[in-house]
Design a protein around this ligand. Sequence first.
Ligand code: COA
Length: 423
Amino acid sequence: MPIHLNIRLATQDDLTELANLNRLAFSPQQTVEQIKAHWFHNQLDQPGRRRYLAIDLQTNLAVGAYTILDLRVWFMGQTIPATGVAGICVAPHKRGQGISKQLIEHGLNIGHAEHIPLTMLYPFHHGFYRQFGWAWVGQSHQYRISSHHLPLYAQRNNIYPYNPLYRESLTTTYEEAAVSHNGWLHRQDWQWNDCLRCIPGREIYIYRGNPSHYSIEGYVIYQFLAQSNWSVPTVIVQEWVALNMDAYKGILGFFAALRDQVSTIIWNTYPDDLFPNLLMEQRQNPQLQSSPFHFGLTHPLGKIGAGFMWRLVDIFAAMNYRPISQGKAFQITFRVIAPKSSQVPYDPFTVHFSEGRMHRVETSFDSPQITLSLEHLTQLFFGFRRVAQLKWTGELQVEGNENCLSQLDRAWTTSPPFCWDFF
Ligand SMILES: CC(C)(COP(=O)(O)OP(=O)(O)OC[C@H]1O[C@@H](n2cnc3c(N)ncnc32)[C@H](O)[C@@H]1OP(=O)(O)O)[C@@H](O)C(=O)NCCC(=O)NCCS
């Protein structure tokens, strides 16, 4: 029997209950007062966040919560409206009774009602969200490099400490880079406040190719890690932006110049960053303990992070936002298998691809038909996987002229998403 819930927006009066649910789920060693202060700044009404509380109608007690973040995501030079799902939690004594399922469906229904193309989250288990149609699309690379293996580029002389006078210039620099990076968030003021907040151990430096004015061409945000947890002094690079190669070299040269103070630089980045090519040694800091790399005489170089998941919500709204590569016009009918959790099957629909855009047309069974899950459609749509690969693994079936597969591959070619922001 499903638990009957009233899922409603939380108000300031719910702060203690909400903080307690979060404490029990994510940080049971802290007190409710600490969670209220550190996680919520004692305030539930914050811009860009809609916090929901689930009340058990039988007992009138709060048994679950989650938050919707209102986001915009850069994709192929455009920003797409998206929701972020964060902090799903269920009271420990109510787990395994379908409450999170109801919370997730609640969030998806809101997305559908608002014609949101896309929703995003960082999963605690990929498999848990996969059953609701989310797809793994985010991957990050992490290099743990000796500062001695970074070149001492002369451009480091144009690096300066950040101060709030540069805020506007820094945010403009980020947005300028974001236009050509799939998955970066189009940040609002509240997101920038979080990014640029003073935190012990966090430092921000900017690159100014022309020191006579305020425009900046790159910046880096990094955090010193507590030395007790690490054998050697370490900084973790949380975000870097470089609009040109001089700015990029300036940032690397800056870290190289810290070699007497910092031994390891943890460089977080997207998979096709050229970072490993510029190192003097293609290996992780030899001072770090590491498990052996079980493949020939090869040194470990980096790690792969199994990042975030996306899910198409309103597929037709998403089609309006996404440009496609130019090519000969073609048409495909999609049979999308609804996620396991969904109550109703999805109707087939036909899409006409022409002149750089997609148009939904009257459903036609004369066109080639592709059958695949919502998860796989999401992966293809956002460039994380290729049509030919899904055909090969049997995760996609085609009926009719198979030329449509290479046409679709070409139309949806783009680089997979990456994102600096966590929630
Ligand atoms: C994760 C959490 C929210 C799940 O809540 P819940 O109400 O117990 O989950 P549900 O009962 O709704 O389970 C929904 C479905 O997911 C399945 N499921 C539960 N945990 C799972 C897991 N770890 N991996 C895969 N599937 C899982 C259930 O079997 C159920 O499937 P079914 O309907 O086919 O039986 C809850 O355990 C929690 O609060 N954990 C701590 C906080 C946390 O990690 N939140 C996630 C943040 S990303």
